[in-house]
Design a binder for this molecule. Structure first.
Ligand code: XMP
Length: 318
């Protein structure tokens, strides 16, 4: 029967055999799949695995710095690329959700291609594709694959996409990927992270995106997620996050009337993201979280909780 230990041994020896002394480039996202794929490849070929971790400026608060640090501690040969300004620029003035996805996907491809060119004589592109991605053929949770088609039609393939592809996780389901990661000693907190969309906070800021809106949402999201951890609710939830609504509401602070942003909190239970139920979070938790957000985050004066299930609502609002 399948065991993570046997999978690691076999895969590492196969990768060694196949890749030899060639160089491999891999995009890390901070998610489970790309991380496990990187650690497997690192075991097989060490420094010949070149990892690139792009900050699109739409990650959770402090996420880029802390995850990059974790990657370095794992011994990975990783380059962190802060392209926040480039992404923000590409998104400027865009409100349509699909246009946002396209702008982010294309910018990612440009940044990644630039970085891949910095590595001399690279032969392989490694990806954290897992079995459900293979069946669906379009990955929902990150990786450049979902954005390839639209780009492809415009200017031809970028160079890194002409590389030979290596996908060590393509026969595994998510739970098996987590077990393989655990077997290799990856931090359980990293392995237990909620799914996070590739376009990040861009699709949780309804309407156009500015640096200030990103900052506000990062603060709100941080309070919510940290609260879930403190209340031991994080692992009971499949995915959670905050949404910045394009709405202002009237409030009062002291003797002053305020007119500020509204945020929605969303937490769902699911097994695969295809269907989902909103989570019955304790009222006390919601009360505390709402107070903390309104007291601490300047510019927000109202918090609502999303009680819609999928279908017919989706998990994200865009
Ligand atoms: P929905 O909103 O369709 O989301 O119910 C289902 C799952 O997919 C994630 N999601 C995305 N992931 N790029 C991604 O990498 C995207 O454009 C995207 N849109 C949604 C969502 O976070 C949820 O886990």
């Amino acid at each position: 029967s399948w065991t993570p230990g046997a999978f690691v041994d076999l895969t590492v020896s196969e990768l060694k055999e196949k890749i030899g002394n060639d160089k491999v480039v891999l995009g890390l996202s901070g998610g489970v799949d790309s991380t496990v794929a990187a650690v497997l490849l690192h075991k097989a070929i060490g420094k010949n695995l070149y990892c690139i971790f792009v900050n699109n400026g739409l990650l959770r608060k402090n996420e880029f710095e802390s995850v990059l640090d974790q990657y370095k501690h794992m011994g990975l040969n990783v380059k962190g690329v802060d392209a926040s300004a480039r992404f923000l620029n590409a998104l400027s003035g865009i409100s349509d959700p699909e246009e946002k996805r396209k702008a982010i996907g294309n910018t990612f491809i440009e940044v990644f291609d630039d970085e891949a060119h910095e590595i001399t004589d690279v032969t392989y592109l490694a990806q954290g594709t897992i079995y459900p991605d293979v069946i669906e053929s379009v990955s929902v949770n990150g990786g450049p694959s979902a954005t390839i088609k639209s780009h492809h039609n415009v200017g031809g393939l970028p160079d890194f996409m002409k590389l030979k592809v290596v996908e060590p996780l393509r026969m595994l389901f998510k739970d098996e990927v987590r077990r393989v990661g655990k077997e290799m000693g990856i931090d359980p907190e990293l392995l237990g992270r909620h799914p996070f969309p590739g376009p990040g906070l861009a699709i949780r800021i309804l309407g156009d995106i500015t640096a200030e809106k990103v900052r506000i949402l990062q603060e709100v999201d941080h309070i919510f997620i940290q609260g879930l951890r403190d209340w031991m609710l994080y692992d009971k939830v499949w995915q959670a996050g905050a949404i910045l609504l394009p709405v202002q509401s009237v409030g009062v602070m002291g003797d002053e009337r305020t007119y500020e942003q509204v945020v929605a909190l969303r937490a769902v239970e699911s097994t695969d993201g295809m269907t989902a139920d909103w989570v019955n979070l304790p009222y006390e938790f919601l009360q505390k979280t709402s107070n903390t957000i309104i007291n601490r985050v300047k510019g927000v004066n109202r918090v609502v909780y999303d009680i819609s299930s999928k279908p017919p609502a989706t998990i994200e609002w865009e």
